[in-house]
Ligand binder design. Structure first.
Ligand SMILES: [Ca+2]
Length: 435
């Protein structure tokens, strides 16, 4: 893959044309301009914005090395909030590629019977055996707005799925010439080839004209309520709404199975606030899981350049975007008043500078690889690896990069029977297990 194709990818995927790319390179203050720099900048630009395109492995490597220096000199709020010590897994493990040509997978989840469900961005679902073989293709989902970062996104199974075959999914829904993050619900047919009675139960309004920052991670908590994340759509109009409880963007929601505010939500009965909101001040939260050790909700989100975050999500709290952040704009400008800490706003448990572009995450909850128990694994797009975090007392105390040699943008991770599964933008399914 040559420079021309990379540049073409940027033009196609971002729709902003070559001019913006060149402005971007100029503003990034790269010391020299050459085709190589253009490739690196193009790869970084795609990766940093979390775009869905696959990037040249060579360019990925160069971009990561180039980006290893921090983008800012902002001081962390506490020791260990960023750049924690590196660790290495001691237990022997193996990595196997068990499927390929999956198209553009976005989410992978385990099913109660030991199979795996994978979403594909253009709007269908596949069901696989634990060894990767595709068993079913499920169609019949309502149309998705498959542009940029949009499409069919996450999927979650009803806690009583075995009995009621009900599934929920997130997608970018077209509304006029705009779109929004929506949650769908329907039943898997008996032959597992179609979705019956599909309905939309929730929409993160307003619809905006943007192809980016849908958030849209979806999962049930132990009480049977549905968490769903909504990004701020990557344009100024949406960014400003992340701080507004009257608006739907840049939020984490907690919903009933009918898409209504879940009982106990923090803003129920508060004037001017949407009752479905659980937390706010988020940028693009694509990563969410509940700790099996503590029951706490953890989230990772795409920050601006140098400001990807890991957050411990508490009801009613404000996570700061765009008022506080450890990152800067991708064009190098400062964000807002350039502050990182403010009373009344939550600090990230951890942040990444340079960014990793956190996609799906999962807590490992098995004794198969004992040293991994209760560790958090995050699929990373721009940094093309699985990030392993050791968390103790709600602080990150160690970090490891897995699957770096694959040079794949890791879109989502899942755990089943002690094995860690990962789907990638290159359409691969990997499994990591004890040797
Ligand atoms: Ca934040």
């Amino acid at each position: 893959m040559g420079a021309d194709k990379n540049i073409k990818n940027v033009m196609q995927k971002n729709g902003n044309g070559l001019t913006l790319l060149f402005i971007q390179i100029y503003k990034m203050q790269l010391k020299s301009f050459s085709p190589i720099v253009a490739i690196v900048a193009a790869a970084c630009f795609i990766g940093c914005t979390g775009n869905g395109s696959k990037i040249n492995p060579a360019a990925t490597t160069a971009a990561v090395e180039d980006a290893d220096k921090p983008n800012t000199n902002y001081k962390p709020a506490f020791e260990g909030q960023t750049r924690i010590k590196k660790v290495i897994t001691k237990t022997p493990y193996k990595v196997e590629q068990i499927a390929e040509k999956l198209g553009r997978p976005w989410a992978i989840i385990p099913m109660p019977d030991g199979r795996l469900m994978i979403t594909e961005k253009s709007g269908f679902i596949t069901i696989h055996s634990a060894d990767g073989a595709q068993l079913k293709k499920v169609t019949g989902l309502p149309p998705v707005d498959d542009k940029g970062q949009g499409g069919l996104l996450d999927v979650a199974l009803d806690p009583a799925f075995t009995q009621n075959k009900t599934i929920y999914w997130t997608f970018s829904k077209k509304v006029g010439d705009s779109n929004l993050t929506a949650v769908g619900k329907g039943q898997l047919s008996a032959d597992e080839t179609t979705i019956q009675n599909p309905i939309v139960i929730f929409q993160a309004t307003p619809a905006l004209k943007s192809e980016n920052h849908f958030g849209s991670r979806l999962m049930f908590d132990k009480e049977g309520y549905l968490f769903v994340t909504a990004g701020e759509r990557s344009i100024l109009e949406g960014r400003q709404q992340a701080q507004l409880l009257t608006a739907g963007l840049g939020k984490i929601y907690r919903l009933t199975k009918d898409g209504k505010a879940a009982p106990g939500n923090p803003f129920i009965g508060k004037a001017g606030a949407r009752p479905e909101i659980y937390s706010y001040g988020h940028r693009n939260p694509e990563s969410l899981d509940i700790s099996p050790a503590t029951g706490d909700v953890w989230e990772a989100e795409f920050g601006p350049r140098g400001g990807d975050e890991l957050n411990l999500i508490k009801p009613g709290k404000n996570y700061g975007w765009p008022i506080i952040t450890y990152g800067i704009e991708y064009d190098g400008n400062k964000i807002g008043d350039s502050i990182q800490q403010k009373a009344g706003m939550e600090q990230p448990v951890y942040y990444w500078d340079p960014v990793i572009s956190p996609s799906g995450m999962v807590f490992y909850n098995s004794d198969s690889i004992p040293e991994w128990k209760n560790n958090l694994f995050i699929g990373c797009l721009s940094s093309a690896h699985i990030d392993r975090l050791i968390i103790e007392n709600n602080k990150v105390v160690g970090e490891e990069s897995l699957l770096l040699d694959k040079k794949e943008r890791i879109r989502d991770v899942a755990q089943m029977s002690g094995k860690l599964y990962a789907v990638t933008d290159g359409g691969f399914l990997y499994v990591i297990s004890k040797k």
